[in-house]
Design a protein around this ligand. Structure first.
Ligand code: HEM
Length: 616
């Protein structure tokens, strides 16, 4: 992407400023232009395709558009979002890179194992008994939300080959060595693939609700079977709506792995929201077919989820005044939401009037999510050890359950024992997730028994995956994202001497060896931030790219595609509205809450509960 002279000047100016003051210590409006300068530089230098040429994105001859429907509604496979390059962002396309490919080489066995990832899991990631560190700026719904989103965006393929991790003496893991399925590399398509493998995404790369609707037309059809009026299948059981379940007890939905109660809540909520949108569309368009209702409701529901993520979830977990301005600007531009509603779109510029309604643009690189994007969303410390449950009306404490008792096939047990969805949403609203920090990954995930029989230490896996996929280690990652490398272990830990000593010992005094995840979890955070400034660099780039590349958010954000009712539904609703529409009992705990991902108000007797799980 070419940078104009004015943009160069802006970047240069802020580089000088940042040599003295980081962006997050500047006054908020000056800071938001600082973020704009960072984004321009990142767009120019940190988007890299992993295919040998544009040819692999298809063209109008290789992938002919046979159904005019694909011009104006989402295709579940992700096809035809870009009409000239119809395979862009499809399920099964490769992840791209945010760093030049020559920095992403496949590691040797020595590089993969050094230092031993299991030792890092045990000493640096493990949450020791009784040391749960809470993230007090958000509630547990925020943790479920981001996993729900990740399941829309990405999932690598695993291979049948396995890595063997040698275990240190005295390690209690039952299988020695520990075995972990390798990531499946894509076939070799060009010379670069030999040393720098490409990896494919099982899901569509687009922000298209594929966790609800599926990443293939066949999957979507199966989820809609027998439903009328464009609706998704929902079963009414004892007066409550539930997603239909498979024989294994796990719901039938677009993406249902790693299931737990948090996913159950948000999947159910947005399936219900889809069906409400269908009702709304049908009352305005009584002669529409079921397909028309479904397709338009999906567009609206997806855009609503993208908006909630952009202007609500992100500013909740990055509770810094500059971020609220920057994220609002992504959606509404510097004109802002209120003026935008009065005057409509006054400019095609994304900076002035926001990305929705601007023109789709890929910045000279085919759109895809990236390996580095995957890495910075490894937020497993968000999962707590226990969840405390309360009655939403009286506030009475009902139970405190370990997370393993509300996961996989046991997910529905709290409902079977008398809790309602409203009770459980309320409980999530006042429970804290774990802080995204060092030594806070729950043992549930470090000793994880999946329904398919796999026994995993997700801590070991998180470290191994980044190395395996050639994601640069922490200091090199910072350099490649235009940040200064850290100069000492003490600087990395913000002066935490004992942690610095432990890192020095494990990494054999070599700062360059510190893994990206470990560095991000140790780094001191900007004020109000729930995760590191280093990880945030990927967000600065990719948060807007996901919107800007998507035809349905950028170019086709118009009434002819969404309907007037549809655009209004997205613009006029927040997460709080969605929650209260389907569960009116939640109005009380949400009454004085601005952002539904921030801790909610406690009702009645919940205030008596003093457990560390909640905002007591
Ligand atoms: C009960 C909760 C969770 C369970 C059981 C779970 C389980 C898993 C498993 C089994 C994997 C695949 C490991 C592999 O073989 O590579 C994984 C990957 C991942 N998880 Fe989680 N997870 C949970 C929560 C979360 C949360 C809250 C996030 C936050 C964003 C998250 C983000 C990710 C990401 C980004 C990956 C990488 C996916 C990929 O490599 O394609 N997970 N998780």
């Amino acid at each position: 992407m070419k940078i104009s002279f004015g943009e160069r000047l802006l970047i240069w100016f802020y580089k000088c400023v940042n040599a003295v003051v980081p962006w997050h210590r500047l006054p908020k409006y000056i800071g938001s232009f600082n973020l704009l300068a960072l984004r321009i530089e990142l767009r120019a230098e940190n988007l890299h395709d992993t295919y040998p040429s544009w040819e692999y994105q298809g063209n109008t001859k290789s992938d002919q558009l046979l159904d005019t429907k694909d011009l104006c509604v989402r295709n579940s496979d992700g096809k035809f979002n870009d009409l000239e390059r119809p395979r862009m962002g499809c399920a099964g396309m490769r992840f791209g890179r945010n760093v030049p490919r020559q920095h992403t080489g496949a590691p040797t066995h020595e590089q993969l194992m050094n230092p031993n990832p299991r030792i890092i899991s045990e000493r640096l990631l493990a949450r020791k008994p009784g040391t749960f560190k809470q993230a007090t700026i958000v509630n547990l719904l925020a943790a479920a939300w981001i996993q729900f989103q990740v399941h829309d965006w990405l999932q690598h393929f695993n291979s049948t080959e396995q890595h063997e991790i040698p275990l240190p003496q005295g390690d209690k893991w039952p299988e020695k060595p520990m075995k972990i399925d390798k990531t499946q590399p894509d076939e070799i398509l060009g010379d670069e693939d030999v040393g720098y493998p490409g990896y494919k995404n099982q899901n569509t790369h687009w922000w298209d609700g594929s966790q609800i609707y599926g990443s293939s037309e066949a999957k979507t059809a199966s989820l809609r079977s027998q439903c009328k009026d464009g609706k998704l299948k929902i079963d009414l059981i004892h007066g409550q709506d539930f997603l239909p379940r498979g024989e294994d007890g796990i719901p039938l939905t677009g993406f249902n792995t790693n299931w737990w109660l948090g996913l159950e809540l948000i999947h159910t909520l947005f399936a219900m929201e889809h069906n409400s949108i269908c009702n709304h569309l049908r009352s305005a368009n009584p002669d529409w077919t079921s397909d028309q209702l479904f397709d338009t409701a999906r567009l609206i529901n997806c855009a609503l989820m993208a908006k909630i993520h952009t202007v609500e979830w992100t500013p909740a977990i990055l509770a810094h005044p500059t971020i609220q301005i920057a994220m609002d600007a992504n959606w509404s531009g510097i004109v802002g939401e209120k003026l935008g509603k009065i005057f409509g779109r006054i400019s095609k510029s994304e900076t002035i009037s926001g990305i929705p309604g601007s023109v789709a643009e890929h910045n000279d690189t085919p759109f895809s999510l990236t390996e580095e994007f995957t890495s910075v969303y490894r937020l497993h410390p968000l999962i707590p050890d226990d969840i405390a449950f309360f009655n939403v009306r009286s506030g009475v404490h009902k139970a405190t359950l370990p997370i393993q008792d509300v996961a996989f096939e046991k997910t529905r047990e709290p409902f079977d024992s008398g809790l309602t969805f409203a009770d459980v949403f309320y409980s999530f609203g006042i429970n804290y997730p774990g802080a995204i920090t060092i030594q806070n990954t729950p043992n549930f995930l470090r000793d994880l028994h999946l329904p398919d029989g796999h026994h995993l230490d997700l801590g070991t896996i998180d470290i191994l995956r980044d190395r395996e996929r050639g994601v640069p280690r922490y200091n090199q990652f910072r350099r490649l994202f235009h940040m200064p490398p850290v100069r000492s272990f003490e600087a990395l830990t913000g002066g935490n001497i004992s942690l610095a000593a432990e890192l020095r010992e494990i990494y054999n005094s070599d700062l360059e060896m510190v893994d990206l995840l470990v560095g991000c979890l140790c780094e001191p955070l900007p004020q109000g931030f729930g995760f590191s400034d280093t990880a945030f660099r990927v967000f600065i780039l990719m948060a807007s790219r996901r919107l800007k590349s998507d035809r349905y958010i950028a170019t086709d954000w118009k009434p002819e595609v969404y309907t007037h009712e549809g655009l209004a539904w997205v613009q006029d609703n927040t997460m709080k509205d969605v929650l209260c529409r389907h569960f009116p009992e939640l109005r009380a705990p949400l009454r004085n809450v601005q952002n539904a991902f921030a801790p909610w108000e406690k009702v009645g007797r919940s205030k008596e509960y003093a457990g560390k799980e909640t905002n007591a």
